[in-house]
Design a protein around this ligand. Structure first.
Ligand code: SF4
Length: 435
């Protein structure tokens, strides 16, 4: 979502600024931030501190901090870093043009951190026949909603992104159509909890119907979405995933913990049994679907027994990949006030164990692809080797492959998988299916 917000700022500023990779050259530096864990928050301060000397050399340089840390910290940022000029929160960054104008007039820091419950996410499109993104893009993100009403006890999102707001379906369709016109073939619909899309707004489709509407756009080949809250994953959505060939066979379904006691303390509103039932439904309806997840280790009060249940869930579900984190206290949350915190050392040990167990499962799953023919949407040249292409399967697995043709970016090709790596596959190009 942050990447997507950054793109929106690029577009908003594109008539005044050009992007540069070199901070020494910049007239405006924006640090778009995440505060979901403690580490990125610290990084924000050190990153912004690093640009102080540039401002001395170039007094007209404008420095801004945007996104979740801006939302969370507000004017504290200016107190700690007086060389920062703009602090624009998760709704405030949409008004960057206005904020710059005000700053240029007043030369005083501009802080926009109000969260309005009736905020409408604006429609921001690139101008016709221009692209500020230097390379043709094959995949793109589209935000369909912002904020969250779930208040999981460890999570800062409802406080920094505000209450859940769904975007108007016509704006979403317009944005997807524009991206497809520019050559995008795969769209990822983004929201903190996409499964509750549209439920609060009168006259909006629900998420399953929205997927159906988006899938009707000509020229769009693939649709992904993230993130799904397990409690809101409906049978209707599973059915539409099973029957609509444009929807990729992959779901990211955050488990967080395998113990019902910890799930309750996390306020996740499902049990591990509920979760496993949903997995079974998904696998029955969509054979070959890949499932990925998020895991938190060391939530306050997590015992060795609780932790073992998380490991058991990894073995039971057999995820393609997981994203695992050590619990960290976040401001405003309920969990930060809980007792029985797990020591840093123990969290480290548990995280290592999770990595070990999952690495074995991922390896086995990736090896099962060897010898199979898969459809790959080519995203460009491989980062590993410039004489290879890189793309993804419908199950969201990265595939690197050699091919005789040099114009495959954006094509859907068939690849024979010959080798499994730790987090990717290697194969041989067979034929082009669509271009
Ligand atoms: S569902 Fe829970 S973890 Fe996800 S954004 Fe909302 S509060 Fe955070």
């Amino acid at each position: 979502m942050n990447e997507n917000d950054t793109e929106k700022m690029y577009i908003l500023l594109s008539d005044e600024y050009e992007p540069t990779q070199n901070p020494e050259e910049a007239d405006l530096i924006l640090i778009n931030t995440c505060s979901v864990r403690e580490k990125p928050q610290h990084k924000t301060y050190s990153e912004a501190g690093r640009y102080k000397h540039l401002k001395k050399k170039k007094p007209n340089l404008i420095i801004g901090i945007t996104g979740c840390v801006a939302q969370q910290e507000g004017e504290n940022i200016i107190k700690r870093l007086p060389h920062v000029d703009l602090v624009l929160g998760t709704q405030g960054f949409y008004f960057i043009k206005k904020a710059l104008e005000t700053f240029r007039k007043t030369k005083k820091p501009v802080i926009l951190t109000e969260l309005k419950p009736d905020f409408k996410i604006p429609l921001i499109l690139e101008k016709e026949n221009t692209s500020i993104f230097p390379n043709k893009r094959v995949t793109a993100f589209v935000t369909i909603m912002q904020g969250c009403d779930n208040f999981c006890t460890y999570c800062i999102v409802p406080y920094v992104r505000g209450r859940e707001i769904s975007r108007a379906p016509e704006d979403i369709l317009k944005e997807v159509k524009e991206l497809v016109k520019k050559g995008v073939r795969e769209i990822t619909l983004l929201g903190q909890n996409v499964n509750s899309y549209g439920l609060k707004e009168k006259g909006y489709p629900d998420f399953a119907d929205l997927l159906d509407m988006v899938s009707k756009i000509d020229g769009l080949w693939r649709i992904r979405f993230t993130t799904s809250h397990p409690k809101d994953l409906s049978d209707k959505l599973i059915e539409i995933m099973a029957n609509n060939p444009k929807i990729c066979k992959h779901i990211h379904l955050p488990l967080q913990a395998g113990s019902n006691r910890i799930l309750k303390k996390m306020n996740r509103k499902y049990t591990k049994e509920d979760y496993l039932r949903k997995i079974e439904k998904l696998r029955n309806a969509i054979p070959g679907i890949s499932i990925t997840t998020d895991i938190i280790v060391g939530f306050p009060g997590e015992t060795e027994e609780d932790f073992k249940e998380t490991l058991e869930m990894l073995e039971k579900v057999r995820y393609h990949e997981i994203f695992s984190f050590k619990y960290s206290d976040r401001p405003f949350t309920v969990a930060q006030k809980m007792s029985n915190k797990v020591s840093e050392e123990e969290k480290k040990r548990r995280l290592k164990k999770v990595h070990e167990v999952q690495a074995k499962i991922t390896k086995e799953i990736y090896e099962s692809y060897v010898g199979k023919e898969v459809e790959v949407l080519v995203e460009g040249l491989s980062a590993k080797s410039k004489d290879m292409f890189m793309g993804r399967t419908t199950t969201n697995v990265i595939v690197n492959f050699k091919a005789p043709r040099l114009d495959l970016k954006g094509a859907l090709v068939k690849v024979l998988i010959e080798e499994a790596g730790k987090h990717s596959l290697k194969g041989k190009y067979l034929e082009t299916l669509k271009i």
